[in-house]
Each structure stands twice: as structure tokens, then as C-alpha cells.
Design a protein around this ligand. Structure first.
Ligand SMILES: Cc1ncc(COP(=O)(O)O)c(C=O)c1O
Length: 394
């Protein structure tokens, strides 16, 4: 996507809201603004919009409408899954053990560590291999009688790797353990059939697929033991208190419908662009200076990620931005003081390689000319970064 000579290559961070999504939301601010819990006509109009949205999301996921909970973000959906399941298990004496991977998004990682550090739950963090994959045999060995929940992301935001979630979920179900997956990055690339999948809970964030920000979705399979962590009114089937944001729920459903309509075509188009980007970028530099991070094939079709030897990804992103290209890194960093990326550390990269990578994530407005421009400008960005570093740090 090129706007005023700027190129957007950060679709994994967020996406521009689709015009058709905005059109679908507008009536629920203008006319259907009632409280969907009210029994009068105003409320019923809003409720109709909300329930139509819920049915549509449920149908696309292969789920029942009662299994869809609208939340305020993907992070909130993750929080509800982990806290809700663990606190309920404590109530019922089911167990106190939770398993995650070391490359989960902070919404899972920080929540799991808070449950362990502040609330006395036991936490196991599984290893991953050089591509970021969790193995089902490691999972199998980590499960104990008191294990309540396993949460493994469907795909990683930083390195793009897609986990074998159906295989991992099956291991959990063999042991009567709940399985949650954070599908915030992966939702629009997979043809879901949750009624027949070993997945009990799944988190989505519509702003990753051309929907609005400020809304998330948690799928909760019927009869999954969960308590509401947002307490108050009985909205969302008692699972999430608070007057529901109807326009955002409607926008979330419309965005999901649009993106799932052309799933295969979208995936093929993105993958072709992405593969061309990867091969051209790797040819630009010597193999001892750059590497692809994440799995070479088992990764989201729009996602390419790289590590550059002794180059902090955050600084590179800043220099690309000066050249009109919006990309991202995986690591928090202040110039010259990079903090190693926990994800790159977890896949075994040493200090020469783990100071944050370069993530290029494509979307429906991306084109081959965007990639041409990146390939043309990347050496300039690296050159200006090296010059800047030698001026600042000698
Ligand atoms: C894998 C993953 N999980 C959760 C989140 C959080 O989603 P949200 O920004 O909607 O809270 C993100 C956001 O980037 C993500 O990439």
C-alpha cells in the first residue's frame, strides 16, 4: 500500500479498516444505538445487530452463537481464557497447573506469569525448536494430573511460525486438559471448523483483519468451565460484564466475513508476494549477515521475518521509516541500547543475532512494487544506520 509515497508493510501490527466494515457499523451509531440489554424497541434493534454479528462469527468458525463472547480486545480475550479457566479450576478443585510456550504474546505470557507469581498457580513454559515449534511429545511429558489448561498460539507475531495446534489440542484432550489458542495473528489464514477441532477456547482480534480496534472475540466451547473476570452485569452469557459495543461487534463480524470469503485466493496471493520478498532479500546480503527467522514453510502466508547480524532491528525499522517504509521489529529498544528479543532468544539465537529482527508483514493492499521499493531501499537503510551508529557511538 503506497500513500503519499509511504509504504505500509506492518499488517501484523494492525490493518486499515475496510470501507465496507465502516458502512456496516454506521447504522449502529446513528439509529441502532440502544442498549442491547434493554427490552424496548431501541434495545431490541441493537440486540438484533449484535446477535446477527454473533451468528455470523459463529458460522464462520464452525461454532454455536452461544460460544462467542465479544470482548474489548484480543488481549482481553486472552486474559479471560487464562484467568477465567484457572480461577474456575481453583474453585472446583480441578487443579492448579498451566502450560504455555516461551514465544507467546505478552497478553498470554504476562497473564500466565502473573497467575504464577501473584496467585500461586504453577506454570510450565515448554521449549521450542529453532523454528519456534512446540513438540507434542514435550507437551505430553509436561502434562500432569493437576494440569488445567494449555495455551499455545496459532501463529507467532514476530517470526510467523504456525504451530501444529490441532495436534497439540488432541494431546490435551487425551488427558482431559483444556486447550486455548491465541489466533489473533492467524485467524484469517485458517479455514476453521471448531465444532470438530480439539480447541476449547480461541482468541481473535478483528483489527488484524481490516476490522475495528477495541473489540476482541473469545470462542468458548459449550460447557468449558470458566468464570467471568470482568464482573458486573450478566452480559455475554455472564462471561463478560459491560454494555456491549454493538457497532464494533457488527464491524468485527463484517470484517471476518469479508476476509473469509476469499480465504484461499488471499492466501495464495500473499504467499506468492511473500516468497518473492524472502528470496530477493536473502540474495541481497551474504548468508553470514542475514537469516530468515521462523519456519521456512510452516508460517503465515503474509509474514516474512529476518535477523541481521549485530544490527538492532528497532534501529533498522527507524531508518526504513525515514525512507518511507513502515515495517516493524520484534523487540523493544531504544537506539543503541537494544533489548534482546525473548522470541529470538527462545529459538536459540545468540547476542549477535537476537537484538530484534525485521518483520515485514503484507496485506491486501500490498503489491510487487512495494517489494521492489523495499529491496531497493533496504541497503540504504542499513548503510545510514551504520553511519549513524559510528557518529553517535564512535
Ligand atoms: C499473537 C497476539 N496475541 C494477542 C495480541 C493482542 O491483541 P490486541 O492488540 O487486540 O489486544 C496481539 C497483538 O498484536 C498478537 O499479535
Amino acid at each position: 500500500m503506497q500513500e503519499n509515497d509511504l509504504i505500509y508493510m506492518d499488517y501484523s501490527a494492525t490493518t486499515p479498516t475496510d470501507e465496507r466494515v465502516i458502512e456496516a457499523m454506521l447504522p449502529f451509531w446513528r439509529d441502532g444505538w440502544g442498549n442491547p440489554s434493554s427490552s424496548h424497541k431501541y434495545g431490541q434493534t441493537a440486540k438484533m445487530g449484535l446477535e446477527t454479528a454473533r451468528r455470523s462469527v459463529a458460522q464462520l468458525l464452525g461454532a454455536n452463537p452461544a460460544e462467542i463472547v465479544f470482548t474489548g480486545s484480543g488481549s482481553e480475550a486472552d486474559n479471560l481464557a487464562l484467568r477465567g479457566a484457572m480461577l474456575k479450576a481453583r474453585d472446583t478443585g480441578r487443579g492448579n497447573h498451566l502450560i504455555i510456550s516461551p514465544i507467546e504474546h505478552e497478553a498470554i505470557n504476562h497473564t500466565a506469569h502473573q497467575l504464577a507469581d501473584k496467585m500461586g498457580f504453577e506454570l510450565t513454559v515448554l521449549p521450542v525448536d529453532q523454528y519456534g515449534l512446540v513438540s507434542s511429545s514435550d507437551l505430553q511429558s509436561a502434562i500432569r494430573p493437576e494440569t488445567v489448561l494449555v495455551s499455545i498460539m496459532a501463529a507467532n507475531n514476530e517470526i510467523g511460525t504456525q504451530q501444529p495446534i490441532f495436534e497439540l489440542g488432541a494431546v490435551c484432550h487425551e488427558h482431559n486438559v483444556l486447550f486455548h489458542t491465541d489466533a489473533v495473528q492467524a485467524a484469517q489464514y485458517i479455514d476453521w471448523d471448531l465444532a470438530n477441532a480439539p480447541i476449547d477456547m480461541l482468541s481473535l482480534a478483528p483489527h488484524k483483519f481490516y476490522g475495528p480496534k477495541g473489540v476482541g472475540i473469545l470462542y468458548v466451547r459449550n460447557d468449558t468451565p470458566l468464570i467471568s473476570t470482568m464482573t458486573g452485569g450478566g452480559q455475554e452469557n455472564g462471561q463478560r460484564a459491560g454494555t456491549v459495543n454493538v457497532p464494533f461487534a457488527v464491524g468485527a463480524a463484517k470484517a471476518f466475513e469479508l476476509v473469509m470469503q476469499d480465504l484461499e485466493t488471499n492466501n495464495n496471493k500473499l504467499q506468492a508476494l511473500r516468497d518473492s520478498l524472502i528470496s530477493r532479500l536473502l540474495q541481497l546480503f551474504p548468508a553470514d549477515q542475514v537469516m530468515l527467522t521462523g519456519h521456512p514453510t510452516q508460517r503465515m502466508p503474509h509474514h516474512a521475518s529476518f535477523a541481521f547480524k549485530n544490527i538492532p532491528g528497532g534501529d533498522l525499522v527507524m531508518h526504513l521509516d525515514l525512507l518511507g517504509i513502515a515495517a516493524s521489529s520484534g523487540s523493544a529498544c531504544s537506539s543503541g541500547n537494544p533489548i534482546p528479543s525473548p522470541v529470538l532468544q527462545a529459538i536459540g539465537l545468540d547476542d549477535h543475532w537476537n537484538a530484534g529482527g525485521l518483520r515485514i508483514s503484507l496485506g491486501k493492499h500490498s503489491s510487487i512494487s512495494d517489494i521492489d521499493r523495499l529491496i531497493e531501499q533496504l541497503p540504504n537503510a542499513l548503510e545510514s544506520l551504520k553511519q549513524f551508529s559510528s557518529v553517535v557511538y564512535g
